[in-house]
Design a protein. Structure first.
Length: 431
């Protein structure tokens, strides 16, 4: 029987997140401008607009030195019950207690859905001030675990899973998000962090968050970050979350993309309606502005094709990271190839067939009885990549080139394609 939580993500999500371009300092205007850009892609399935980290910090990302800097003990914008609310200097429509509701309303009016990022836990500021927890007689200090602090952002204490006050706090924030009209919540510092040797996966807080979402009564996709997720906890992730990161932050570096083949191999077979292993955001187009490093993605065109092909054949969520207000024709072509996106949305049983240092082969099934085939050239030079027809166990009569310029040929007992260095081809096979 499908759990109720699965209904929030019956297919792997497609959307945009502010992090890769604007870091922690995104503003209301930047958010809505990119929402308008995403609305132009909606017909291809792009739907979610997500505001990433530190939206309650008035001066977030104001101190940069070749990367994001979280100001230590920065004062956050909180309501009377210790719940983070958008900093009004960055999100003017949030003034007078409106929160994210006005932005969510505008996003919904575009036919899209709205999401936010939060850190696991309760604001240290609320704990130190002993602010009351909404709807209870408890105070924030009764909910906190002061010994549980994120190793890269110190805004929060963990929440004590044994505390009724802790559950009440999570209940209060997710009710607030439901009131705002939030459709997606990315919870950070909870999926895996390599510095937490004794407790790499915050299972207890994941369960508290799941209960809070269910109690709030509004369908919200629950995304867990960062990774790599703990494969031994796949059962737990599938039971409580909708998507979870299988990698740490992914950026425009071939070594990281190559490493993703290992991660997809590990997690194949775990994606299903409501439960999606997440390869992280797509650092495509114009990125890095909020990090003081504005640039076009460092990936070559061939590597960008490989990224999109792997994410789609594996059925990872697709969360665009580049600035949609500066979308060039090439990047647009990647995001609007409906034949490639169909594999991500409707493919079944993705499987890696073979891989070595120079190539990889993935397949999945179509809804109509065909098969998707993805061929990857992992080498540093152009080469022909092939797969045996007998290994496919599929009577191939035709192979449609879904990218349109990397044709495959049926040659004797194999199907093959000449691919550029670090490039990929994607094919729809028919009997």
């Amino acid at each position: 029987m499908r759990l109720r939580k699965d209904n929030a993500a019956l297919q792997p999500l497609m959307g945009w997140n502010s992090w890769d371009c604007f870091a922690a300092g995104v503003t209301e205007k930047q958010l809505l401008d990119n929402a308008a850009g995403l609305a132009q892609l909606k017909s291809c399935g792009w739907e979610y607009v997500v505001c990433d980290i530190q939206w309650s910090e008035p001066l977030a990302a104001s101190e940069k030195n070749q990367g994001v800097v979280y100001r230590k003990f920065a004062p956050l914008t909180l309501d009377a019950w210790g719940r983070q609310i958008p900093a009004p200097n960055r999100f003017p429509s949030s003034a007078d207690g409106k929160g994210f509701a006005p932005i969510a309303d505008k996003v919904h009016a575009m036919g899209l859905k709205f999401g936010i990022h939060i850190m696991r836990g309760i604001p240290r500021q609320a704990v130190h001030e002993r602010l009351p927890i909404f709807g209870t007689n408890a105070t924030a200090d009764e909910a906190a675990r002061p010994d549980s602090i994120c190793c890269w952002n110190g805004d929060m204490y963990g929440v004590d899973p044994a505390s009724a006050a802790g559950q009440a706090y999570y209940d209060s924030i997710f009710q607030l998000y439901a009131d705002w009209g939030v459709d997606f919540v990315k919870v950070d510092d909870i999926c895996h962090e390599h510095l937490y040797v004794d407790d790499p996966y915050g299972a207890a807080e994941v369960e508290m968050i799941r209960r809070a979402i269910d109690k709030a009564g509004r369908p919200m996709c629950l995304s867990l970050s960062p990774g790599p997720a703990v494969i031994e906890k796949a059962w737990h992730l599938e039971h409580y979350a909708n998507m979870w990161r299988i990698t740490d932050d992914f950026w425009d570096d071939w070594k990281l993309l190559l490493d993703m083949f290992d991660r997809c191999e590990l997690w194949q077979g775990h994606g299903k309606p409501g439960c999606w292993p997440d390869c992280d955001m797509l650092p495509l187009g114009k990125i890095g502005t909020g990090f003081g490093q504005p640039r076009k993605t460092n990936f070559t065109h061939a590597e960008q094709r490989t990224l999109m092909t792997l994410w789609c054949i594996f059925r990872s969520p697709l969360i665009m990271g580049g600035d949609l207000t500066q979308l060039d024709d090439w990047t647009r072509s990647l995001l609007t190839n409906e034949k490639i996106l169909a594999a991500q949305q409707t493919g079944r049983e993705p499987e890696q067939m073979e891989r070595d240092e120079k190539h990889a082969v993935w397949t999945s099934l179509t809804q109509e009885g065909g098969r998707y085939l993805a061929l990857f050239n992992l080498d540093n030079k152009t080469q022909t990549v092939s797969v045996s027809l007998s290994d496919l166990e599929f009577d191939v009569r035709s192979a449609e080139d879904l990218w349109g310029d990397t044709p495959a040929t049926l040659s004797g007992s194999c199907i093959q394609a000449e691919l550029p260095a670090h490039g990929a081809g994607m094919y729809l096979l028919q009997k």
